[in-house]
Write a protein that binds this ligand. Structure first.
Ligand SMILES: Cc1cc2nc3c(=O)[nH]c(=O)nc-3n(C[C@H](O)[C@H](O)[C@H](O)COP(=O)(O)OP(=O)(O)OC[C@H]3O[C@@H](n4cnc5c(N)ncnc54)[C@H](O)[C@@H]3O)c2cc1C
Length: 445
């Protein structure tokens, strides 16, 4: 170990997958690193809660089988035996009916569209995969691109309700790049018969986050939960440390991984005002997830998109149609998810109100459902769930190297042209961690 490795200390803000993988790479080089996390546990958006003593994500999580960075990390940690591949069923609810959409045959049987438009829907993924250069799509909205590619009926029947369900008032502004990438990623995770296989980490994503924590600590690093960063200490244009309720942690460099507006708050009044404004340019949607522990299943579909403007959730994700009920205390676990602005009524409701509000809607979709099926319910909310990827989003993304010397930022809003996801959090975290370690070893920081 050289002198600069020995003397260096990096603080990573946030113990989600970006922060943990960055710290993992830094600690592996023998460089001092402390991760500060405001919550009481690691994992960030993939953090878990307990059902009958078993861990489950607060917000549903899976990987696609082409999520190479997450899978490689698990292999590097020698944990391959915990990777599980399962085929799943996908469906859509619309016009008071359920339609399976798992295979090309399901698409051909999809009654809401005319036959010719079923073909156009089916061919969309292939056409999207032929786009090799996404840059020309930057100036188009998803709506413009989809209308061009698959026509008005496919757009209005299938995609517009989903875009509206996910992005609400922002739906018509969403970039074609965002949509293109979703199609390419989903299409790439299907086998030759068009069937989708999804990937899970046995024991939950949080178990993997715990394992990363152990690796960081055994390499001499430190992960401190219940430790919010309150302010960055900046002197003469250089970051000097991070203020927490327990005191200041000195740092030669800082990697900040929370949402951009949180980072802006950490340097507000202390850093260049133009830069702070830049960090506030990207807007985010929040998310509310109602998780039900049930006696019976609602359907045999894992991922159900709901194209029904009256239903207050965009997706019904039946986790136990992906993982066995034995992993959830023999209960059927269902997530009802909605992305929404923080000003939305649903976001402001308390847990009981969210549940009571949802019951009659669930009953309408699944008439057999009875309140007596519910063992327990949970409500999870997050303020920064999904960056709103508008046209020319690339020009809004701040660089990972900030104008404040020693301060680097690595957040989910910088994942582009792909959309956020733990796979890309791992890529981003490992890249920035390796880059920082190299700079320190070369005495460049
Ligand atoms: C509803 C939902 C479903 C999803 N489904 C999937 C999926 O199926 N598959 C998938 O791969 N991805 C999924 N994602 C996305 C995935 O969770 C994220 O992309 C990923 O977890 C982001 O990791 P991160 O470390 O970049 O950010 P985060 O996980 O947000 O981590 C940032 C961390 O910073 C902490 N923090 C914030 N402020 C401070 C502060 N002041 N001081 C200290 N710490 C602070 C936060 O508590 C958090 O732990 C989903 C997300 C949502 C919301």
């Amino acid at each position: 170990m050289n002198d600069s490795q020995h003397r260096s200390h990096v603080v990573v803000i946030g113990a989600g997958f970006t922060g943990l993988t960055a710290a993992y790479e830094i600690s592996r080089q023998g460089i001092g690193v402390t991760v500060v996390e405001k919550d009481d546990a690691v994992g960030g958006l993939a953090k878990s809660f307990s059902i009958e003593g078993q861990q489950l994500e607060r917000f549903y999580h899976h990987w696609f089988n082409n999520d190479e960075y997450a899978i490689q990390l698990i292999k590097d940690l020698g944990l391959d035996s915990n990777i599980e591949y399962n085929s799943t069923r996908t469906g859509i609810y619309m016009d008071n009916e359920f339609f399976k959409l798992s295979t090309p045959f399901d698409v051909l049987r999809f009654k809401p569209l005319s036959l010719v438009n079923r073909f156009r829907l089916g061919l969309l993924v292939l056409r999207a995969r032929r786009v090799k250069d996404w840059r020309p799509l930057e100036s188009m909205t998803a709506k413009q691109w989809l209308l061009k590619l698959c026509g008005s009926e496919v757009y209005h029947v299938v995609w517009e309700p989903l875009l509206r369900g996910k992005f609400g008032l922002f739906a018509s502004e969403i970039s074609a790049v965002w949509f293109w990438n979703k199609l390419v990623l989903r299409g790439g995770s299907r086998n030759k018969m068009g069937k989708e296989t999804l990937v899970y980490y046995r024991g939950s994503f949080a178990t993997l986050a715990d394992r990363l924590t152990e690796e960081i600590e055994s390499a001499g690093g430190c992960v401190r939960t219940d430790t919010p960063a309150e302010r960055l200490i900046i002197q003469d244009g250089r970051v000097k440390g991070v203020q927490t309720p327990d005191g200041t942690i000195d740092a030669q460099a800082v990697i900040a991984t929370p949402a951009l507006p949180i980072i802006a708050d950490l340097i507000d009044g202390n850093g260049p005002s133009g830069y702070i404004d830049e960090l506030r340019k990207i807007e985010y949607l929040a998310n509310v997830c109602l998780v039900l522990e049930l006696r019976h299943n609602l359907s045999d579909i894992y991922w159900l998109n709901v194209n029904d403007p009256e239903f207050p959730f965009i997706g019904v994700i039946e986790h136990t149609n992906f993982q066995p009920t034995a992993t959830c205390g023999d209960r059927h676990v269902i997530y009802l998810s909605q992305y929404l602005p923080v000003t939305a009524e649903l976001y402001g409701m308390n847990n009981e109100q969210v549940f009571e509000f949802a019951v009659s809607h669930i009953k309408r979709l699944f008439p057999k459902f009875e309140r007596s099926w519910v063992y327990r319910y949970h409500v999870w909310k997050t303020r920064y769930a999904q960056p709103i990827v508008v046209r020319h989003y690339g020009s809004l993304i701040p660089s990972s190297e900030s104008p404040i010397k020693g301060l680097y930022i690595a957040t989910m809003a910088q994942i582009y042209p792909e959309d956020r996801g733990t796979n890309y959090a791992v890529r981003q975290g490992r890249n920035i961690g390796e880059m920082m370690a190299t700079k320190i070893i070369n005495g460049e920081l």
